[in-house]
Ligand binder design. Structure first.
Ligand code: GLA
Ligand code: ZN
Length: 679
């Protein structure tokens, strides 16, 4: 048998849990039929199958998985095979309680749920190591095997004795002496200096969490320890199947759809071959417009494309509703195709679902699925899924294409952690990720491609870099940004930038000298406003509301573009521009509403020729995103509104999804999506 070649198709399918249906052969047979009918080609299997693979210790059962792998191969499909560490069988917890996680209150958890093992436990590592070795030995050459799916949504932290010891070792590797650690953590504060390494423990809410350097190092350790566990899981897999790509499914923070908070995915991404992630926007919710939400979905997808500078995969999404939002609304007709195409438009080479078949019992029995309990292909959701499957076949030419972008926004996990910890400013209104999404919004509204990068990225490929609220900024990043601007780049930053270094220690001597030179200003104070307080900024003959934060600064060479109009700093500079070398650095001193950002970035985009030249007359609710090859672009035109919209574009084209020709005036029904091939 030769490995099924799926290089030329977009992936469609998703999490398939035959392990729940082994006593229902007629269901398993029906699945194969429905997989083909829905134009599904790829299935993630085994995420939670440990108790079916090894029902009692050392007693392995792979026959059922052999059959599923063969059946899927025979019907022309692929398998993304998971390692089952996402959930444990009860025998494992019973016999080896060390595998159970200990929470930050030092309470040992009980068996149950999932995603809750100790990352340090030697027994857990041994058991999963044996399991993974068996999986790779048995299926490494199976022609259906397309990719490895390591565990599931790694997350959380463990505070057991093994983890404490690993934390201390991690610290000893990082700090040459205990004095270095005490200095970095500002030890004498409230008598927190240590006299011996053994005194150090993880931060806890029943102990202390106000030593910010300690918290920051703990979060770094949790990321590193999670990656270490992942590396342990893939050791034999990498060795025996070097040609099969490895991924693990990343997440976003869900209610608000902001980047995932607790692991540094910028770091983790270096260890996976392909980024994949699970995207669950609450479409049709009652607190924001469809376009508001679509823009946030765009932001996170752009982030996952940008981190590795390559296409990514949507590993999970729902065909209808989920079971864990506060209200689990189903997707309205048309939304499924639109939202699936949006993933592709931002760089995904798949739309995969959770779940293929709706579970019969337990907590996910009402979570959206391709196949419902009715087992029927006449079901509305099944039909919408089939439509997506057909569309993905028609647009497969986009597979592998990237996206040309000249604008980047910096998102930094460590900065986010440090800023959230900072006691000062206003804890409720810091909103670092949301602020980035607000700056992003101008570009989304105007169909300008953006990359969301970390502060480690190569800055030189961008015309414009936006780094709001870079509270934690290392001297190295200051230097690299200065070089970037010196050589012709444009950098925009804001209030609450440049306060602390990598240890969360403030810079001494006032605002850091490299930033003073770069921006031509010296920040002296940051005024924090009450929620109802307002100031205003006079900018370009208009007055814009200022809220939450107003930085006060002295000019050291910058030009003033905007001034405050109220309070004791009325008339003082609020927005500046500094020519620095070949480039320019802008400083937005106050938090504003979108109207200001529209005006500010509108002028910048025009001056720097960043506007989307293909869109002659656009609409903020109609998103245009392209997937590009060197010499060809595919343009997705997506109406994220409940109204018919019309936009004007530069060239006529043919929609790949419906194969219909379109003039340069495009009329889009609510939720309609077109994919126009440049011709
Ligand atoms: C996560 C998990 C899945 C499933 C879905 C439900 O993404 O990875 O196993 O529980 O949520 O939305
Ligand atoms: Zn532990």
């Amino acid at each position: 048998m030769t490995r099924y070649n799926s290089e030329n198709r977009l992936l469609h399918g998703g999490d398939y849990n035959p392990d729940q249906w082994l006593d229902y052969p007629e269901i398993l047979a029906k699945d194969l039929e429905l997989m083909q009918k829905s134009k599904s080609n790829t299935f993630s299997i085994g995420m939670f199958a440990w108790s079916q693979l090894e029902p009692t210790e050392g007693d392995y059962h792979f026959e059922w998985l052999d059959k599923i792998m063969d059946d899927i191969y025979e019907m022309g499909g692929n398998v993304i095979l998971a390692t089952p560490s996402g959930a444990r069988p009860a025998w494992l917890s019973k016999k080896y309680p060390e595998v159970l996680r200990t929470n930050e209150r030092r309470e040992k958890m009980l068996q149950g749920g999932r995603h809750n093992h100790c990352f340090s436990s030697p027994v857990f590592r041994e058991k999963i190591g044996i399991m993974n070795r068996k999986l790779v030995e048995r299926y490494g050459n199976h022609p259906a095997l397309y990719m490895w799916h390591i565990s599931n949504e790694y997350s959380g932290e463990c505070h057991c004795e093994y983890c404490q010891e690993n934390f201390r070792q991690w610290l000893q590797k990082k700090y040459p002496t205990l004095k270095d650690l005490n200095d970095a953590w500002w030890g004498p504060f409230w008598s927190h200096a240590y006299s011996d390494w053994s005194e150090i423990e993880s931060p806890s809410s029943i102990g202390e969490t106000m030593v910010h350097g300690h918290n920051l190092d703990w979060r770094r350790f949790v990321t590193d320890q999670t990656i270490d566990f992942y590396e342990h899981e893939i050791k034999d897999i990498r060795q025996l199947t070097p040609e099969i790509p490895i991924t693990t499914n990343f997440m976003a923070d869900t209610h608000d759809l902001i980047p995932f908070q607790s692991l540094d995915y910028g770091k983790f991404a270096k260890h996976v071959d392909v980024i994949s992630w699970d995207c669950y926007p609450a479409w049709h919710n009652d607190w924001e417009t469809t376009a508001d939400l679509a823009s946030k979905v765009g932001f996170i997808n752009d982030q996952y494309r940008s981190i590795k500078q390559q296409p990514f995969l949507i590993m999970e999404s729902t065909p209808s509703g989920v079971n864990w939002h506060e209200v689990n609304k189903v997707k309205r007709p048309g939304m499924h195709l639109l939202s699936s195409m949006q993933f592709i438009a931002h760089g995904s080479d798949s739309n995969l679902y959770f779940q293929w078949r709706k579970s019969r019992g337990s907590s996910e029995k009402f979570h959206g699925a391709v196949v419902d309990h009715d087992n029927s292909e006449d079901n509305r959701v099944f039909k919408e899924v089939t439509r997506v499957g057909e569309a993905l076949e028609k647009i497969k030419a986009v597979k592998g294409s990237y996206k040309k972008a000249k604008v980047a926004i910096i998102y930094d996990w460590e900065n986010n952690w440090a800023l959230n910890d900072a006691q000062g400013f206003s804890n409720a209104s810091k909103r670092y990720p949301q602020t980035l999404q607000e700056h992003y919004r101008y570009f989304w509204n105007h169909d300008i491609a953006v990359e969301v990068i970390t502060s480690e990225a190569d800055f030189s490929k961008y015309e414009l870099i936006i780094g709001p609220m870079m509270y934690l900024m290392t001297e190295d990043v200051m230097k690299r940004l200065s070089t970037y601007v010196q050589q012709g780049g444009t950098f925009v930053s804001t209030y609450i930038t440049g306060y602390v270094n990598e240890n969360d220690l403030t810079y001494l001597g006032g605002w850091p000298q490299p930033l003073r030179e770069l921006f031509g200003i010296k920040v002296t104070e940051t005024d924090t406003l009450y929620p109802k307080d307002r100031n205003a900024v006079h900018y370009a003959d208009q007055s814009f509301e200022a809220k939450d934060y107003c930085s006060l600064f002295e000019l050291e060479g910058a030009d003033v573009l905007g001034t405050y109009t109220e309070d004791f700093y009325a008339g003082k500079p609020a927005i500046t521009r500094n020519q620095y070398g070949q480039g320019a650095a802008y400083f937005i001193g106050a938090r504003t509403n979108l109207d200001f950002l529209e005006r500010f970035y509108g002028e910048l985009a025009k001056a720097k020729d960043l506007e989307n030249a293909w869109v002659i007359k656009g609409d903020p609710d109609v998103s245009v995103q392209s997937r590009d090859f060197e010499d060809q672009s595919y343009r997705f035109v997506m109406n994220f509104s409940e109204e018919t919209k019309e936009i004007q574009v530069a060239t006529a084209g043919v929609d790949l999804i419906t194969r219909t020709a379109h003039p340069t005036t495009l009329t889009l029904a609510p939720y309609e999506v077109l994919l126009l091939e440049e011709n």
